[in-house]
Design a protein around this ligand. Structure first.
Ligand code: ASP
Length: 584
């Protein structure tokens, strides 16, 4: 037996017990006649004690030669410490060592294995196996395990069956580029890695497996914005014989269970917001509703007053910043610079101070009198002491800009409390969206999402007005899940694909298998998928998913530890009948 106890469990109740511990050397403090060694494993740290009077010279020297991250095994007796350390659970005891075995030595690690390390991001990723020895990373992985366990328990207890679906498949359109894998046995042909198991889970419904889930890797080859990974994990779910309401209730139940089990938080019934309202009130389809600052649309009260910037705008919209009247002129100028940054893209910002005496002072006083400004305050809900920030321009752009400002100000005002959880459903998304680049309609969710009942005909006349049976679960300003009630008949699916610009042949070639399945008694069905990485990060009170993934990729999609992607041998290329045509 390598160890009788772990490095986190010994207490004074173990005094005088003979124990065997194994772990890594955290540090050695050599006082000459006494040597202290901290030994660490997954469970904690224990102090080992060697002293001249009770330890052989050999053993003393052995201890003195230990280096950081050596792997050791020790035998010894637990004793109460002379000076206790209240900061660690084992701080009352130490082990007086009688035998020491070096199981493996270590070269000096490239960064300190401490909670606060001196290692930068790149270095930590290159030596991720050392990083994982650190409490914060180790803790995150254990936390992730707990969340995944809680998900499995809940779904399993509710009759869901976990079924694995293949990774070597044909494209599943979820809006990103596919990663492809060449097939050696089928010359010139490629598999695509699933962007999600979407079509397979629908086929499982046709197969009668009426409650499915899977914790599954998905692959999307997209430009990696700040916090995305090319491979990520979904809690993928599907149910047959359900309506939207059944899905919402089931997965609200799952989310509530997780918040209770993991965070000890009880949440009321989740509010539901229509997509159109989310855009109008927050400029965003994943609003953070932990705080107010709802948008007030000012067209009716701010246009036709000789201020051309507003008169020519499609939308004039403002928010009230609580306590913002305390901002100095310089603070406000900085805010204006902030919204003008290319990442936000506003052309400027109009503001109005709401003074404590009930008067107003705006940056456009030339055009607006006190009564006008009082209306701005009314529409944005501004009170004395607040600052009203107003943007104007093209509706979709202005909403996105003001949403960015709202989030930034909330962050600065400390309104985004990570210990508070405000989930909501956003529903009735548009079915289609127009893509300027490709000049065609795209499915906003995916091509298998059904339109709202009775809206199919609208597809021919006003495609952008058709709403989908689609819903997102939003938590603290993040989309943590999304799904829809699916199309389950061939004719409707064919109409949908036609509107997405597929010819009959293309539709047949890409989705023939699904359309065929729909002819064999496909039940009504729908589902949802949660992004596990993000969910775990939010429940863990953090926002970067990388910290919760054991071996994440960097922003260029590289694994810097194993150095992938990498070229392959000439022979391997030949075997695959592939030739490279590199541009550089
Ligand atoms: N497959 C969808 C996604 O990955 C989720 C769903 O519709 O169930 O977003």
């Amino acid at each position: 037996m390598y160890r009788s106890h772990n490095c986190g469990e010994l207490r004074t109740t173990h005094n005088n017990t003979e124990v065997t511990l194994a772990g890594w050397v955290q540090g050695v403090r050599d006082k000459g006649f006494m040597v202290y060694v901290d030994v660490r494993d997954r469970y904690g740290i224990t102090q080992l004690y060697f002293d001249e009077d009770q330890t052989s010279k050999d053993l003393m020297e052995q201890a003195q030669r230990l280096g950081r991250e050596f792997v050791i095994q020790v035998k010894g007796k637990v004793q109460e410490r002379a000076s206790k350390n209240p900061n660690i659970p084992t701080g009352d005891i130490e082990v007086l060592v009688s035998e020491l075995t070096v199981l493996n030595s270590s070269i000096v690690p490239p960064f300190t294995i401490e909670d606060q390390t001196d290692g930068g991001d790149d270095l930590r990723m290159k030596y991720r196996y050392l990083d994982i020895r650190r409490n914060p990373v180790k803790g995150n992985l254990i936390f992730r395990h707990k969340v995944a366990q809680a998900v499995r328990n809940y779904l399993s207890n509710n009759g869901f069956i976990e079924v694995e679906t293949p990774y070597l498949i044909k494209s599943t359109p979820e809006g990103a580029r596919d990663f492809v894998v060449p097939s050696r046995m089928n010359e010139g042909q490629f598999y695509a890695l699933p962007q999600s198991p979407q079509t397979f889970k629908q086929l499982l419904m046709v197969g009668g497996m009426d409650k499915y889930f899977q914790i599954v890797k998905c692959f999307r080859d997209e430009d990696l914005r700040a916090d995305r990974q090319p491979e990520f994990t979904q809690i993928d779910c599907e149910m047959a014989f359900v309506e939207q309401e059944d899905i919402l209730n089931t997965f609200e139940g799952l989310t509530r269970h997780l918040l209770k089990e993991i965070n000890g938080v009880d949440v009321e019934k989740f509010p539901r917001l229509l997509y159109d309202d989310a855009m109008r009130l927050y400029g965003n389809d994943k609003p953070d509703i932990r705080f107010g600052m709802e948008f007030g649309e000012l067209n009716a009260v701010a246009q036709h007053k000789d201020f051309n910037v507003f008169n020519s705008a499609e939308l004039v919209v403002g928010i009230a910043v609580p306590g913002g009247n305390s901002y100095t002129r310089k603070d406000i100028d900085k805010l204006i610079d902030w919204v003008k940054r290319p990442q936000v893209g506003a052309l400027g910002m109009v503001y109005c101070r709401c003074n404590d005496d009930g008067s107003y002072k705006s940056s456009v006083d030339k055009f607006y009198n006190q009564d006008d400004l009082a209306k701005w305050a009314e529409v944005t809900g501004a009170k004395a002491g607040d600052l009203i920030c107003v943007l104007s321009g093209e509706t979709s752009k202005v909403r996105a800009q003001l949403s960015a400002l709202r989030m930034e100000l909330a962050e600065r005002l400390g309104l985004r409390n990570p210990d508070e959880f405000a989930p909501l459903w956003v529903m009735d998304f548009p079915l289609l969206e127009w893509d300027e680049e490709t000049e065609r309609y795209h499915a906003m969710h995916h091509p298998f999402t059904s339109p709202k009942p009775g809206q199919l005909e609208l597809l021919d006349t006003k495609p952008c007005e058709v709403k989908a049976n689609a819903y997102d679960l939003v938590l603290n300003g993040n989309e943590i899940g999304g799904g829809s009630i699916r199309i389950h008949d061939k004719a409707t699916q064919a109409i949908m694909l036609k509107h997405l610009g597929f010819s009959d042949e293309e539709a047949r070639a890409q989705f023939g298998f699904l359309m065929d399945a729909f002819e064999y008694g496909a039940p009504p069905h729908g589902g949802i998928a949660f992004g596990l990485d993000r969910l775990v990060a939010i429940l863990g009170g953090q926002e970067t998913i990388r910290d919760f993934i054991a071996f994440p990729k960097n922003n260029s999609g590289r694994d810097v530890m194993i150095d992938a992607p990498a070229p392959i041998d000439k022979e391997q290329l030949e075997e695959l009948n592939l030739k490279l045509n590199l541009k550089s």
